[in-house]
Design a protein around this ligand. Structure first.
Ligand SMILES: Nc1nc2c(ncn2[C@@H]2O[C@H](COP(=O)(O)OP(=O)(O)OP(=O)(O)O)[C@@H](O)[C@H]2O)c(=O)[nH]1
Ligand SMILES: [Mg+2]
Length: 455
């Protein structure tokens, strides 16, 4: 049989031992290609039906399967789609795919099914991107944001923005074409007001984008403290692994080390750093500089103090440094004699203080509660909010807003209407980037290349 670029196939499930593995075939010839590898035909099967069959190749039975038929346009890609549910052994799945490819299907590129769904109008670009976000979600917040985007919440909002801009454009064009019937007398003032509202709403979305990204990528959390405070011990305890070297020698950790962990239902990118102290050797100095840089970019700082020793100037300095950041102060080594108590810190910090021990595990739960508390106090709730989690989308929103601001400026300067139509048009186009209406092919290709195979 001749190869057919129109019909593609791939393994859509993860490879490895599992209950089932799915081979997805999509395209005009999906049914006839499937027929080639099955012991009995599925031709004429109604859409959305499942059939019990065997896959045969070179005269032998390869697997016992269930075949789902979804005919165009009611499928993920919008094309005829057949999915073969095999037993989940990696070998069986691969052998079935081989037979399907021999029967004439083309091996799908990463993301090609979703790209077809987009090109066939089954979803817009931001929804297609959300599919990948759902797959890659590392915590339930990320999943929820991705699901909202997949449902089209962001697209709908963007479409409303575009409609409003288009209305204004239409009004200006009409007036320029037919000045006798359309009067633009008070129009610039009205338009200025409309643009002001639009900019405000765009700003809200852009600001949400930052918390959205935190949810998607994890809260970047940096452990800071003097040498020997127990930072690496905390890192190991929280990550559940022996990742960082722990010794009783002050200055053990020289470089930063980051681990992705889950705590209290949140995902954290946790960074262990070199202990901070003054006047040390050059290697340690570089480590300390890296620690400080990491701390500056952090969403959250865990400042560790060794409570079995008297407070030192370095501790006080660190307390001052983190005062205006989001931080939790940990009084570590609570299993030893306490030289520093919570009361001693009360006038030195406004951050929550948790007494803990990486040895006994005391305070770990309290730490989780504090982190959760800080996160929720930022009022990240999902009721009606739309979270922009994608940098590409954020960028498009920012560009649209700058274009609208330029239009505002032209109005303020009393320029003629044709001046601000240019800016209104570029705002309209920038927003179209999100849904894919004005996006170029190579960007579309780049987006789908990042998808996994079989999706
Ligand atoms: N008793 C007790 N000892 C601890 C505790 N946490 C850490 N230690 C000990 O303190 C010493 C230093 O621990 P580390 O985790 O290496 O300290 P660090 O802050 O990473 O030190 P540097 O990498 O040198 O900056 C080790 O001997 C640990 O076993 C604790 O809660 N209780
Ligand atoms: Mg260390």
């Amino acid at each position: 049989m001749e190869r057919n670029h129109d019909t593609i196939a791939a393994i859509s499930t993860a490879l490895g031992e599992s209950g089932i593995g799915i081979i997805r075939i999509s395209g005009e010839q999906a049914v006839s290609i499937a027929d080639h590898v099955l012991d009995r035909s599925i031709k004429g099967a109604a859409t959305h039906t499942i059939h019990y069959r065997h896959v045969v190749g070179k005269g032998e039975i390869i697997d016992e399967v269930l075949v789902s038929v979804m005919l165009a346009p009611r499928s993920y890609t919008g094309e005829n789609t057949v999915e073969i549910n095999c037993h989940g052994g990696a070998l069986a799945v691969q052998r079935v795919l081989e037979e399907v490819l021999n029967a004439g299907a083309f091996l799908a590129e990463p993301g090609e099914f979703s790209k077809r769904a987009y090109l066939n109008g089954r979803m817009d670009l931001s929804q297609a991107e959300a599919v990948m976000d759902v797959i890659q979600a590392k915590n339930r917040f990320a999943l929820k944001a991705a699901m909202q985007q997949l449902q089209g919440n962001l697209s709908r909002k963007v479409e409303v923005f575009r409609d409003r801009i288009l209305n204004e454009l239409a009004r200006i064009e009409a007036a320029l074409d037919d000045p006798e019937h359309y009067d633009l007398e008070d129009y610039p003032t009205q338009l200025h007001e409309t643009l002001e509202t639009l900019c405000k709403e765009l700003t809200e979305l852009i600001e949400n984008a930052d918390s959205g990204r935190v949810m998607k990528e994890g809260i970047s959390t940096v452990i800071l403290g003097r040498p020997n405070a127990g930072k690496s011990s905390l890192m190991n305890l929280l990550s559940g692994e022996d990742r960082a070297i722990v010794t009783e020698i002050a200055g053990t950790t020289r470089d930063i080390l980051t681990e992705h962990i889950r705590l209290a239902g949140l995902s954290l990118n946790l960074t262990d750093t070199a202990g901070i102290r003054a006047g040390t050797d050059p290697v340690e100095k570089i480590g300390i500089e890296r620690a400080r840089n990491a701390a500056q970019d952090a969403n959250l700082i865990l400042l560790l103090i060794d409570s079995s020793k008297e407070l030192e100037e370095d501790d006080l300095e660190l307390l001052r440094e983190v005062e205006y950041q989001c931080a939790i102060v940990l009084l570590n080594k609570s299993d030893l004699d306490q030289k520093v108590k919570v009361e001693d810190l009360k006038n030195k910090t406004t951050h929550p203080i948790v007494v803990c021990s990486t040895k006994s595990g005391e305070g770990l739960e309290a730490l989780e509660q504090e982190i959760k508390g800080l996160f929720y106090q930022k009022k990240i709730d999902f009721n009606d909010q739309i979270y922009v989690t994608n940098l590409r989308h954020r960028d498009a929103l920012v560009r649209a807003r700058s274009a609208l601001r330029m239009a505002e400026e032209s109005i303020e300067k009393g320029m003629t209407e044709d001046f601000f139509t240019i800016d209104l048009k570029s705002a309209y186009e920038a927003l179209g980037f999100i849904t894919g209406d004005t996006v170029e092919d190579d960007i579309v290709n780049r987006i789908f290349e990042r998808f996994c195979t079989g999706k």
